[in-house]
Design a protein around this ligand. Structure first.
Ligand SMILES: [Cu+2]
Length: 327
């Protein structure tokens, strides 16, 4: 999964989800029966999605005019590696958690199509970046159907998008979120200082994907870009003296982030990624659930720089990333 870019369901509750029908076979999806065995027992509470593991589908983003972009996405059920040896049957956009990073520009109109490949339940998309009529423009798309919507983006920034189908908590906690970057028309004042840019999404997963855990429990995992550090094979690479821009989104669904990079300082932070919201000189930047920052820091010396949420119970649950800085 494209981890650093610039690059489940709880058994009984699933039966209550609109559109869920556990009696019908999943005829129109790639059902891998061997996965049912391979995944046991970690994801036994998978409700109507038992046996479904759909291959990731690449997103399509095409600029069709100076201020107009076509975006085609899927909602689908795909197994992800959450921790070493721990598979999770995620509800996803395009088969990855988080969903794809989408880049558009200030002033763009978006023509958006969601193909709901989930054969069992409704899904939808709420883009925080747009002005919309929520009940129409973020409407549910039924299983095996597509929905087409259009809207214009608002202020520039780094935005969360997520599934808005009820219960929203369950759809987000199962993996349905991602980042849309709306590039400022005039850029950021610090653009010419940046040597490297990464995008990181913090989120939580709950034990066995159970709704009661999502509502009342502690997260079992808190992760950056959909998996623990144990799953990530390579550290992010940078050179001594580089200034690194980190687009950081907290997708939640429940936990606030206290974003911090060990061994450096956040010289410039644009709250929600809007160039108007500039703060200088922070040790830690609080990011609310569904909020974001664009944080910029310089790595002055060689070494391994970890970035974390400085709530260290969440670091022990997986919220850790590493940047290796060399001469
Ligand atoms: Cu959904």
């Amino acid at each position: 999964m494209g981890l650093f870019l610039s690059a489940c369901g709880g058994g009984s509750i699933d039966d209550k989800v609109d559109g869920a029908n556990t009696d019908k076979p999943a005829n129109e999806v790639n059902v891998k029966t061997e996965d049912v065995v391979a995944d046991t027992p970690k994801i036994e509470n998978i409700g109507p999605h038992k046996g479904i593991d759909q291959e990731p589908v690449p997103i399509k983003v095409e600029r069709i005019g100076e201020h107009e972009v076509d975006i085609d996405m899927t909602s689908q059920i795909t197994n992800i590696e959450l921790d070493k040896g721990e598979t999770y049957k995620a509800w996803t956009f395009n088969g990855t958690v988080p969903g794809p990073v989408i880049r558009v520009k200030e002033g763009d109109k978006l023509n958006f199509n969601l193909k709901n490949m989930d054969p069992k339940i409704n899904h939808s998309v709420d883009f925080h970046s747009v002005y919309a009529s929520p009940n129409k423009d973020f409407a549910d798309v039924k299983p095996n159907e597509s929905g087409t919507f259009s809207y214009e983006v608002g202020s520039p920034g780094v935005y969360m998008y997520h599934c808005a189908t009820e219960p929203v908590l369950q759809h987000i906690a199962n993996g349905m979120y991602g980042t849309m970057i709306v590039e400022p028309a005039d850029g950021y004042p610090t653009d010419n200082e940046i040597d490297k840019e990464i995008t990181v999404v913090q989120s939580e997963f709950y034990k066995d994907g159970k709704m009661e855990e999502m509502v009342n429990g502690e997260p079992e995992y808190v992760v950056f870009n959909g998996s623990t550090q144990a799953v990530k094979d390579e550290m992010i690479q940078a050179k001594v003296g580089d200034k690194i821009r980190i687009n950081f989104v907290d997708a939640g669904p429940n936990e606030v982030s206290s974003f911090h990079v060990i061994g450096t300082q956040l010289e410039t932070v644009y709250v929600d990624g809007d160039p108007r919201n500039v703060v200088e000189g922070l040790q830690t930047s609080m990011v609310p659930v569904s909020g974001s920052i664009v944080a910029e820091c310089t790595v002055e010396k060689p070494g391994i720089y970890s970035f974390v949420t400085h709530a260290f119970d969440h670091v022990t649950k997986g919220a850790l990333g590493k940047i290796e800085v060399t001469e």
